[in-house]
Design a protein around this ligand. Structure first.
Ligand SMILES: Nc1ncnc2c1ncn2[C@@H]1O[C@H](COP(=O)(O)OP(=O)(O)OP(=O)(O)O)[C@@H](O)[C@H]1O
Length: 257
């Protein structure tokens, strides 16, 4: 699905990503963790082809970037981020905002085909969200807007879904509702790459974890192997205990650790 080979990314004089090599295979769903500024979003931008590595190779869905039409690959990738959220029209009804995902538009300036409208309503119904279909996006809570963004990303039936901190800023209740939808992606034929600051967001859907530190990989592999006390300490410079419950890891900071 994704292969990174000796990928480095330099901006002015700083090395933001430093010699990253990893493979994310079909059927795997990955979470990327790491401290602020360690390069997570930069890595996602390389995967979507919005930026190119200074050296190394990036291969996504069988396409080697630099030797393919990135615009064609992007049609198979859904990307959810706060910056996209800010571009969506707050005045438009929810179903229409979702429908724009079929074409990667931000707004419609022409009639929307009936089948596109129906698909939007059907995704909203799947998410138990049909009652909000006609409400303007701007009247929804932050958590509801994030669910709208997820619904929008599914309109194009992506093969790869990249989510950059989709639960940031949500209260506990809204976060858990969003995580239910994330976990339900198991029912779809889509691979997920998910960036977060919160280890407990690793719902059972996710199979693998990559830990990043200062632009390098501190660990990458099956979640049960990578999420251990030593690697978490290396990544976050803090001592923790980790417990698995309900298929999710829960973290307890050891005071003075
Ligand atoms: N436009 C830019 N110009 C220069 N440096 C940048 C630019 N954008 C990002 N950086 C730097 O690149 C590094 C990695 O940033 P990135 O946004 O990828 O980190 P991140 O792990 O996603 O951080 P966070 O968890 O805080 O969102 C940071 O040190 C940041 O300051």
């Amino acid at each position: 699905m994704i292969s990174l080979h000796n990928v480095s990314f330099r901006r002015e004089n700083s090395l933001i990503l430093n010699d990253i090599s990893m493979d994310m295979k079909q059927g795997e769903h990955w979470v990327i963790l790491g401290r602020n500024g360690c390069g997570k979003t930069t890595l996602l931008e390389l995967l979507t082809g919005y930026m190119f590595p200074s050296s190394g190779q990036v291969q996504v869905l069988g396409n080697m970037y630099g030797r393919c039409d990135v615009r064609e690959v992007r049609k198979k990738i859904g990307y959810i981020s706060q910056s996209l959220m800010e571009k969506l029209s707050l005045r438009d009804p929810v179903w229409e905002v979702v429908a724009t995902g079929a074409y990667a538009f931000l707004r419609f300036y022409q009639a929307i085909p009936e089948e596109v409208r129906e698909k939007s309503l059907s995704i909203l119904t799947e998410m138990n969200f049909s009652h909000l279909a006609d409400h303007p996006l701007g009247t929804l809570s932050q958590g509801e807007r994030k669910k709208v963004m997820l619904a929008r990303s599914l309109m194009a039936d992506p093969e790869l879904l990249i989510m950059d901190e989709p639960c940031a800023g949500l209260d506990l209740f809204e976060r858990e509702k969003m995580l239910i939808e994330v976990d339900r992606l198991r029912q779809r034929d889509v691979s997920v790459v998910y960036v977060t600051h919160h280890i407990e967001e690793i719902v059972p859907l996710f199979t693998h974890v990559a830990l990043m530190k200062d632009g390098q990989l501190a660990g990458a592999g099956p979640k049960e192997e990578v999420l251990n006390r030593e690697l978490i300490k290396t990544t976050y410079n803090i001592d923790v205990e980790l417990e698995w419950d309900g298929g999710r890891p829960w973290i307890k900071v050891i005071s003075g650790g």
